[in-house]
Design a protein around this ligand. Structure first.
Ligand code: ZN
Ligand code: ZN
Length: 645
């Protein structure tokens, strides 16, 4: 009997008869592994556990711990979905059914739309089929036969796929009970383990993503190997829905987007505007403290300027069209960089002036397709907390470090504790596509790497990810429910200094080109505000809250005392609302809670008599009575320290 040698991931090797399956190898290793196994990897390729091994191979048995195996699991769930749909609606036409992040989809053509009730029925049918533990079996069919099979069953999209994709004489199919699907595989051995899934929604999509093609209905499902993981995921989705900044933005009257004005353009209502002012005041003070100069630049500038910068060429698709004035074309600015460059160039700079750090809360306009606009996160007009640093090579590491430290301060002050850092570098195989010399790039990437290392910041280096004009650092923050958000970017630029001929006079008396860095901490005020709303679920810390204290007299009898307390707090500089409506105390408390006001002061007979207040906090509940002065100094301390409860 011929044998082959199987090498396992731990380096151990075993001799097995030719034709042994991965499942049999798993069983030899141990019953636990055999039970957990979903699929195998042989010489780097994912294969079915039932596939006979015919030559020496490196073999790994994959369990739910392996992300690739989980995707195979989800793909098997997609087949199960198609099997269930075909049983219930035999006339549907099948499209494709891949695994995706957190689940799968399958697409269908059907005359009627799938309703939520249909999804319930389909889900029940999937559970029924799964419980039968139907094997997923691989079958090889000659290509003409495969085409014929789909032609006979009127599956024109599948027919198209087989004709396009199947190149070999034999085409692989998988059967799950009565269901058969053209598929490269692999799959998990049978349907029995597919239990933790939920059909989420139906979305329209064109066949192959081409709008000239027929419209398919995609049924999306969430799917995990373990029920607990599905529960966690669904819970997180619920949380995300509860925190949706668009919903909270309306409920708390923070901002709006008005159809009359146009999509993607933000109206900051008084309460949102107040929060924005707190954010901006903090930022401006911090910029000044850190040696930045604050500037303002025009919103429209000659199109020629954007030709010099190159934006009119490579950034054209993201810009609003030019505006003609006195026979000259003007351009609404999509970026602040050229404006800051003109300020830098306004006089000849000496090395003594460097680094020059120009900062602006600069409003820019970019054309985004209406389909991708999303609340405050994807908009057409937004204000970047932008800055450009012009410096000499020996200053760059300190400048980078200052930027990263500034980013840390933003995270701390706004209440984030987790972050992810990525360094995008050039592709060494294609130096010709990049602006700047190889030495420039090496020096820049070294500066970024050295700085992060010196600061003990863990980061991921991604070669080939950088824009053509320079390497960059991205900081993603992680919010209260674990979602990462791209915010801070520190970006080198070897392109604009050359295009604009930037110079400074060095210590040696001759002219040099300065290094230029773009950096934004929040990214944009709008986007960061959206992230903050979701992070805090609308319950802003006291220093940002539009109303910090609500004064609630128990009845009209205590109105005078309430007015006196309110004035005292206003004089102390707090944002106070006096709720003097003729309502029951419970109703006033409920409304203040709904508005997520941090503090409620309850004033009745006892308090008026003693000249005190009873304090209630929106999340900590009743804190008891205390003198006004004490409340004032505690709240002052909470606000000044930007405390997050
Ligand atoms: Zn498949
Ligand atoms: Zn810039």
């Amino acid at each position: 009997m011929s044998t082959i040698q199987i090498t396992l991931p731990d380096g151990s090797a075993r001799e097995v008869p030719t034709g042994t399956t991965a499942a049999q190898v798993a069983a030899q290793i141990g019953p636990r592994l055999a039970k957990d196994a979903l699929v195998a990897r042989a010489d780097g390729e994912l294969v079915d556990l039932s596939q006979p091994l015919t030559h020496n191979a490196k073999l790994a048995i994959l369990t739910p711990k392996d992300p690739d195996a989980v995707q195979v699991f989800r793909h098997s769930a997609a087949h199960l979905l198609a099997a269930a749909v075909l049983e219930l609606y035999p006339n549907v036409k099948l499209g494709i059914g891949p695994p995706i992040e957190n689940g799968f989809f399958y697409e269908f053509v059907r005359d009627q739309p799938f309703t939520p009730e249909d999804l319930e029925k389909i889900e029940a049918k999937m559970h029924e089929l799964a419980a039968k533990d139907l094997p997923n079996e691989r079958k090889l069919i000659p290509k003409p036969e495969a085409v014929e099979l789909y032609r006979k069953s009127n599956q024109q999209f599948k027919c198209e796929l087989v004709e396009e994709k199947a190149v070999e004489p034999m085409v692989s199919f998988y059967t799950t009970g009565k269901f058969i699907d053209f598929c490269r595989g692999p799959h998990i051995p049978s349907t029995g383990r597919i239990k933790a899934f939920k059909l989420m929604n139906v979305a329209g999509a064109y066949w192959k993503g081409d709008e000239k093609n027929p419209q398919m209905q995609r049924i999306y499902g969430a799917c995990f190997v373990e029920q607990k993981d599905l529960d966690d995921y669904l819970h997180k989705l619920e949380e995300a829905k509860r925190r949706d900044h668009r919903k909270l933005g309306t409920e708390l009257d923070l901002f709006s987007i008005q159809d009359e004005a146009g999509p993607g353009l933000i109206f900051w209502h008084p309460k949102g505007a107040l929060i924005r002012r707190q954010m901006e005041d903090w930022l401006r003070a911090e910029l000044i403290r850190r040696g930045y100069d604050l500037v303002y630049t025009p919103h429209i500038m000659r199109l020629d300027l954007w030709k010099t910068s190159g934006h009119a060429n490579f950034y054209r698709e993201n810009m609003f069209g030019p505006i003609e004035v006195e026979k000259a074309d003007y351009q609404l600015k999509p970026m602040n960089c050229p404006g800051h460059i003109l300020i830098f160039k306004s006089h000849l700079r000496s090395y003594r002036e460097l680094p020059v750090r120009l900062a602006e809360l600069g409003t820019v306009y970019r054309y985004e397709r209406s389909g991708v606009l999303h609340g405050l996160l994807r908009v057409r007009g937004f204000t970047q907390d932008d800055a450009h640093i012009f410096c000499m090579p020996d200053q760059i590491e300190k400048e980078i470090q200052d930027c990263v430290e500034f980013a840390w301060e933003v995270l701390r002050v706004f209440g984030f504790s987790e972050y992810v850092v990525e360094l995008s570098g050039g592709d060494p195989a294609h130096p010709e596509v990049y602006a700047g010399t190889r030495e420039d790039w090496k020096r820049a990437e070294d500066a970024l790497t050295n700085t992060l290392n010196r600061m003990n910041v863990p980061f991921k280096y991604i070669p080939g990810e950088a824009a053509f004009y320079g390497p960059k650092i991205d900081v993603k923050l992680v919010d209260a429910i674990g979602r990462p958000w791209q915010l801070t970017t520190v970006q080198f630029d070897f392109n604009l200094p050359r295009r604009f001929n930037l110079e400074y006079v060095g210590e040696d008396g001759s002219r040099h080109q300065p290094l230029m860095v773009h950096r934004a901490l929040w990214g944009s005020v709008e986007r960061f505000f959206g992230v903050l709303i979701e992070h805090y679920a609308g319950a802003f810390p006291a220093w940002l809250a539009p109303v910090q204290v609500s004064v609630l007299p128990v009845s009209g009898k205590f109105e005078d005392y309430a007015k006196k307390v309110t004035q005292q707090l206003k004089d102390a500089g707090f944002r106070v609302h006096l709720d003097d409506r003729n309502e029951k105390l419970q109703a006033k408390i409920r409304d203040a809670q709904l508005e997520k006001i941090p503090y409620m002061l309850i004033l009745g007979g006892k308090e008026a008599e003693a000249g005190t207040i009873s304090v209630r906090h929106r999340s900590k509940g009743d804190l008891g009575p205390r003198p006004i002065d004490q409340f004032v100094s505690d709240l002052r301390q909470e606000i000044d320290s930007h405390a997050i409860q």
